[in-house]
Ligand binder design. Structure first.
Ligand SMILES: Nc1ncnc2c1ncn2[C@@H]1O[C@H](COP(=O)(O)OP(=O)(O)OP(=O)(O)O)[C@@H](O)[C@H]1O
Ligand SMILES: [Mg+2]
Length: 285
């Protein structure tokens, strides 16, 4: 291992993240499931976001260590929204209160605001969202060719937009530094409809299977607030942009179908998504 590498500070489905040299930098090293091209794309996308003045970690260099592609970034000092959300749920589980406290509502609204800031950029060199989503759905094993064809037609029928989208706005990809949201993990950025990003967030909040380390009370609490989180999120995004829940809802089936191509989610979660997709497709025909 390279002498610059320090303690492991985080990880995700595609990578492990370590301290790098001084305290101010980290290195994100690809796992075996993530190739050189994907990491280069992330570096390019993150650079583009940085150059456009978006709140993202500064990217420093693309490197290769022991054959693993990696990116050196500015270290963001702060917690992910995931960590903050789990902390909130554990506290609520003890106190048995069922409202979402103001701080956590603020985290949800901040997510809507940072997405809106990202979506306000349009003149950027990233892949087409429609092509990316269709291509991913093409690889999915869980849907029939007819079902895929119906989803492609649905995508083609939706209004065309050309806005920068992050592609994976999950709670582990937003960090809070000095009260401000920072968006990390830009591998899946595309240009297209912001509704796809919003649908991605809604699908995660509505259907994610919670980790088994959480106590039953915390799981019950989270289950009881899923739809409230979505309401707070959409209200803030609609207030900022005029985009309505109905417009976002049309993207749920295509984005859920795309998610079936990801290797980071469990079979149980995929089967929930398949049921949701089929219910929606049957209403179309
Ligand atoms: N610039 C950074 N500063 C501090 N911590 C970071 C930074 N980048 C990543 N991390 C930590 O590492 C974790 C994993 O990073 P990241 O989300 O980029 O990896 P990933 O493997 O692409 O994730 P995913 O599972 O979403 O694909 C983050 O949730 C965060 O805790
Ligand atoms: Mg991530």
């Amino acid at each position: 291992m390279n002498a610059m590498i320090g303690e492991k500070i985080g990880e995700g489905g595609c990578s492990e993240v370590f301290e790098w040299g001084t305290a101010s930098k980290i290195i994100k090293l690809a796992r075996a499931n993530t190739d050189m091209d994907a990491m280069r794309r992330e570096y390019h996308n993150n650079h583009m976001a940085w150059d456009n003045g978006l709140p993202v970690p500064q990217p420093f260099e693309f490197v290769e260590i022991d054959g693993r592609p990696g990116i050196v970034f500015e270290r963001i000092i702060g917690d992910t929204l995931m960590k903050r959300f789990v902390k909130h749920a554990l506290e609520r589980a003890v106190s048995k209160e069922v409202h979402i406290e103001e701080d956590s509502q603020n985290d949800i609204r901040m997510t809507a605001r940072i997405l809106n800031e990202i979506h306000s950029k349009s003149n950027v060199n990233v892949p087409s969202q429609r092509e990316t989503i269709k291509n991913a759905i093409g690889w999915v094993n869980y849907l029939s060719p007819e079902e895929k064809e119906t989803i492609f037609k649905l995508i083609d029928s939706l209004p065309m937009k050309q806005q920068l989208c992050h592609g994976d706005p999950n709670l582990g990809n937003i960090m809070i530094k000095d009260g401000h949201a920072i968006m990390i993990d830009w591998m899946n950025a595309t240009i297209g409809n912001p509704e796809a990003d919003l649908a991605e967030y809604i699908i995660m909040i509505r259907y994610a299977i919670l980790p088994s380390y959480l106590p039953d009370e915390a799981v019950a609490y989270i289950d009881s607030i899923r739809e409230t989180i979505i309401k707070v999120f959409v209200e803030e995004y609609t207030r900022l942009t005029g985009v309505t829940y109905e417009e976002i809802d049309a993207w749920i089936a295509p984005v859920a179908a795309r998610k079936l191509s990801a290797d980071g989610i469990s079979e149980a979660e995929k089967s929930i998504l398949i049921n949701e997709i089929r219910a929606r497709l049957s209403k179309l025909s």
